[in-house]
Design a protein around this ligand. Structure first.
Ligand code: 5MM
Length: 338
């Protein structure tokens, strides 16, 4: 895939009204989510759950791409079609998580660096063969006493840029995700400062390593106070601070910014995305790549019961439709179910 194809895939992922479903939980993360609802996590239950989400009738009108985990890209849906083939049939672009996780950062207690660069060139070519046309790599930046260090921001930015350029060489659109975490009691101002610094370091590295900015997407956190911060911030304020921070740092050549939900409720994440889109026009598309904010209602409706397959799909599609409306600033809280 040449530069033109990278650009068109990146643009298709953020086409009007559309966004990405992140379904790339590693096995331990998905196990935690399932077990918190009393559902046992087995190869079969994970396959069933991910079949339920990705084969939801009509969801391809709002979902442009799905990020799969290594286990899923090699599995078939419950109908027996390999996941990448099923997605392609439905007009959904197949994505794959290619990092191998955030690990303790040496000499910097409390901080992490994301690994996965060793052998990445070969893995990307295998994933492309399997049908992947975009990829994701997530770095995590924690805010705390004296954190984050410039060292942590720097090594993660360097790795993200190395990943991005290897993806582009392989004809795969990189979704570049430096997530500033919501954990802690920090203020929204502190989140703004850390997010801006992290994005500055990232775009310096992307420039240095000659990444094609119009052939990638940025997966960003919203600018929010920490989960334990007593500060009350309105939806409009979050939208205003997030857009200001991104406008300060993210080049207009990037076709889209897809937000992670980061532990916000589905309603909050949707309301924030909606308010940001209401403040447009922006230099880039503002879309979504939520995991929890799209999946939670489906998980709650499914409850691990085969007989709730339809109810799970219905809950998922409702959430997807509301999130898609937020892409155009057309979501209102009264569309939520009680
Ligand atoms: C789906 O979760 C992804 C990370 O999984 P692991 O921690 O198990 O590797 C994560 O990267 C996710 O795609 C993003 O954080 C967005 O998810 P949320 O839930 O924040 O929208």
């Amino acid at each position: 895939m040449g530069a033109t194809k990278l650009r068109s895939t990146a643009s298709a992922l953020v086409a009007p009204g559309k966004g990405i479903l992140a379904a790339d939980e590693s096995t331990p993360t998905l196990m935690k989510r399932l077990e918190s609802l009393g559902i046992s996590s087995t190869d079969e239950s994970r396959r069933f759950y991910r079949s339920m989400l990705t084969t939801t009738p009509g969801a391809s009108e709002q979902i442009s791409g799905v990020i799969l985990y290594d286990e899923t890209i090699r599995q078939s849906t419950i109908e027996g079609t390999p996941f990448p083939e099923q997605l392609q049939r439905d007009g959904i672009i197949c994505g794959i998580k290619v990092d191998t996780g955030a690990k303790e950062l040496a000499a910097s207690p409390g901080e992490k660096v994301t690994e996965g660069l060793d052998g990445l060139r070969d893995r990307l070519s295998e994933y492309r063969e399997l049908g992947a046309r975009f990829a994701k790599w997530r770095a995590v930046i924690a805010i705390g006493d004296g954190l984050p260090s410039s060292y942590c921001i720097g090594v993660n930015a360097h790795a993200l840029a190395r990943y991005a350029i290897l993806c582009q060489e392989a004809g795969i659109v990189p979704v570049v995700e430096p997530e500033v975490l919501m954990d802690g009691d920090h203020t929204i101002e502190r989140c703004y400062e850390v997010t801006a610094k992290t994005l500055h370091a990232l775009f310096d590295e992307l420039f240095e390593q000659q990444a094609m900015l119009d052939g990638m997407l940025l997966k960003a956190n919203m600018v929010l106070p920490g989960k334990d911060c007593p500060q009350q911030i309105s939806v409009e304020e979050v939208a205003e601070q997030t857009v200001r921070c991104l406008r300060d740092v993210v080049p207009a050549a990037v076709p889209g910014i897809v937000f992670l939900s980061g532990g916000q409720s589905s309603k909050h994440a949707t309301a924030h995305l909606n308010a940001m889109n209401n403040m447009g026009p922006h230099p880039w598309e503002l879309s979504f790549s939520f995991a929890r904010a799209l999946q939670q209602p489906a998980l709650d409706a499914w409850k691990g019961e085969e007989s709730n397959f339809g109810a799970g799909q219905e809950a998922f599609h409702h959430r997807v439709k509301l999130t898609s409306l937020a892409r155009a600033g057309k979501y209102t809280a009264d569309m939520e179910r009680s």
